[in-house]
Design a protein around this ligand. Sequence first.
Ligand code: AMP
Length: 362
Amino acid sequence: MSQARFPLAPGAVIGILGGGQLGRMLAMAAARLGFGVAVLDPDPGAPAMPLAAHRLTGAYDDQFELLKLAAIADVVTFEFENVPAQALAVLEAAGAAVAPGARPLAIAQDRLAEKTFLGEAGAPTVAFAEVNDPADIVAALERLGRPLLLKSRRGGYDGKGQAWVELPSEAAGAFAAIGARAAIVETPADFRRELSVIAARGRDGEIALYPLTENHHEGGILRRSVAPAKAAPQTAAQAERIAATLLAALDYVGVIGIELFERDDGRLLVNEFAPRVHNSGHWTLDGCEVDQFEQHIRAVAGWPLGPTHAIAHVEMTNLIGEEVNDWARLAAEPETRLWLYGKAQARPGRKMGHVNRLGPLR
Ligand code: AMP
């Protein structure tokens, strides 16, 4: 029940909002530590459902299902950031322990709040400005220079809801292209690499940080991650400072994914953070003793965090759409670990699974 006492003992129930692949892998980690799992997702066929003893089907703002979840689960977490903030409020009002909390979720859902928070916390970002109409874009071009990247404040992910603007005459068209929604504009990041850092903070404030990951996107979707990424010691140290600062400023409990740009001089900018386990941390499933999913379960359950150093070099490749049909060949590859999400339909752009190709540490 909801009067949670931490650390949770095995047998307690972890509630997960969202039943996608991240929820599925969280459920597997929870099961391994002896916890029960409750999943709430609008889709009864969602990937995490077969792993959950308690399957709740309903919208994320379905009051009745949320109250059921609060009653069943000893702690509730979430696997994606578009859970309505109201859902967490309902859970908390019902006495459920929710981790990470409502604040990191609310900040990550709004690019303006996120960039503002990052700046206030002392994390370096590109320059940005608030946009509510095309005139704001024109003013920003004047003030910040050109080009600028227009991003909707909410609901955009994997590069959706974005448009570059070069000239004042393009402002109206770009604003319409992202759906004429509240937005921000950003200056170009001028990066040579995209990196990410997966970090965790326990209930006692303990912090653990995985090695940096180098990420490659195609068509706005993560295609490949390589870890540990080769990086200068001062770059790794900067990532560590950024992660520690953000986790403390958010009073965070759980795993966070922080997306970074590395500039030519090795200095890092923060692009955004995801208040959850992250696709660029899937390499840890086979590259670390305690992977990001187990780490997240440990953190929200009030357990000590586990080791985060790499025990192998890993190249993680997402299997997108029909690529998953190659499973038999991939399963036969030596040093390749195959993770499939159990999704029935391989639609284009849909993440169906991933492979971790292992090699010796370099
Ligand atoms: P986001 O939705 O913010 O994760 O952005 C998606 C992708 O767009 C990133 O992974 C980058 O490749 C690119 N991007 C985002 N912001 C910028 C920026 N300010 N300058 C250049 N590229 C960017």
